[in-house]
Design a binder for this molecule. Structure first.
Ligand code: NAP
Length: 329
């Protein structure tokens, strides 16, 4: 494997989790960048990272960084990605890719013009169980795949100042949690032709819970749900005329699934192999962007930027129906 040097932009929760996975899987994190020197220093010390930058500008200008990983709240993803692209870096951008489709398109255009690889960190796409599911569907085992059902309901902090509840930080369940079932439905059934969205908002004005019905090509359907303050099963099912797949909780993490015939005979039981190093599984998205760069490709066939932009468009359409606009939109 060609070796790449990673730079982490932002020093919060997921930055730490991903950095840990990079290091556990033998990758080199050469730098971290934070809005404050103190946070950069603390993060660098915690993970044994050589360079601690007190600004995002300094991080993206670091010649010892090949790929920048963006781990800031969603409203900052576009400006942070554009900063890294302008510095000639490849970029892995946390989900949701941006706040809306217009921003996503801007980033996609900039990436193409700069000739760098930019990938949405929708890590589920790159997990081994999803690769096996796509094989099973391609082999025709499920027959005509008609329906996807998935939830992503979590019990998260109720503090109104937490980014999840704050409109200024892109709060709400749809963009943070619902993006997983939405991206999953698009992966399995393609982009929806029609969308119905209903939501209940929080006192802070973001979506507390959102229900989505998608109609896809040929009248196929997805039923998706997300919520910020209730713990759901976090399971997913794919129903075809010849069999169904039931993905175990948490379906969007490395997990197991069962392929079941209409008479309930088990056709296959899949268990994700243990990484052996204690990684969460976020390293698979790192492996994919590294593979794309090393192969001289422009984007990942598993999640092309055009699809990332289209998925942001689906979220825009759902937000239009539920009346959720973010400041500045
Ligand atoms: N893939 C996953 O499983 C997963 C899980 C959780 C979150 N995420 C995504 O990752 C992103 C970050 O989420 P998180 O949970 O890591 O958030 P977090 O813990 O709040 O960290 C966000 C970091 O962004 C930086 N930042 C820049 N501008 C900020 C602002 N105005 N307010 C607050 N922080 C700001 C801060 O780093 P500095 O102070 O160092 O600049 C902060 O530590 C979100 O887009 C979220 O959707 C993904």
């Amino acid at each position: 494997m060609t070796s790449f040097r990673w730079g982490v932009l932002g020093s919060g929760g997921i930055a730490a989790t991903f950095t840990r996975d990079l290091q556990l899987t033998g990758r080199e994190v050469t730098a971290v960048g934070s809005r404050s020197q103190g946070s950069a220093d603390a993060f660098a010390e915690r993970f044994g990272i050589g360079a601690a930058h007190g600004s995002y500008e300094a991080l993206v200008s670091d010649p010892e960084v090949d790929i920048v990983y963006i781990a800031t709240p969603h409203p900052y993803h576009a400006e942070n990605a554009l900063l890294a692209i302008a510095a000639g870096k490849h970029v892995l951008v946390e989900k949701p890719f941006t706040l809306n489709a217009a921003e996503a398109e801007q980033v996609a255009v900039a990436a193409a013009e700069a000739g760098v690889v930019v990938l949405e960190a929708m890590w589920t796409r790159f997990l081994p169980h999803m690769a096996r599911i796509r094989e099973i569907i391609a082999a025709g085992t499920l027959g005509d795949v008609r329906t996807v059902i998935a939830d992503h309901d979590q019990k998260l902090p109720s503090d109104p100042n937490h980014r999840l509840n704050d409109p200024a930080l892109g709060g709400g369940s749809l963009l943070d949690l619902g993006i997983y079932p939405v991206s999953f439905a698009v992966d399995i059934l393609g982009l929806p032709e029609r969308i119905i969205a209903h939501a209940t908002l929080t006192a802070t004005g973001v979506d507390r819970q959102t229900a989505l019905i998608f109609e896809h090509d040929g009248g196929r359907q997805s039923l998706l749900h997300c919520a910020l303050d209730t713990r759901g099963p976090v399971t997913a099912s794919i129903m075809g005329t010849e069999a169904r797949i039931e993905i175990d909780s948490w379906w969007y993490n490395p997990t197991s699934f069962t392929v079941i015939a209409p008479d309930d005979t088990v056709l296959e039981r899949y268990e994700t192999p243990d990484s052996g190093v204690g990684a969460r599984g976020m390293d698979f998205q790192a492996a994919e962007i590294e593979r794309v760069i090393a192969a001289g490709e422009s984007e990942s066939p598993l999640l092309p930027l055009s699809q990332t932009v289209a998925i942001m468009g689906v979220l825009d359409a759902a937000r239009e129906q539920i009346g959720l606009r973010y400041p500045g939109e």
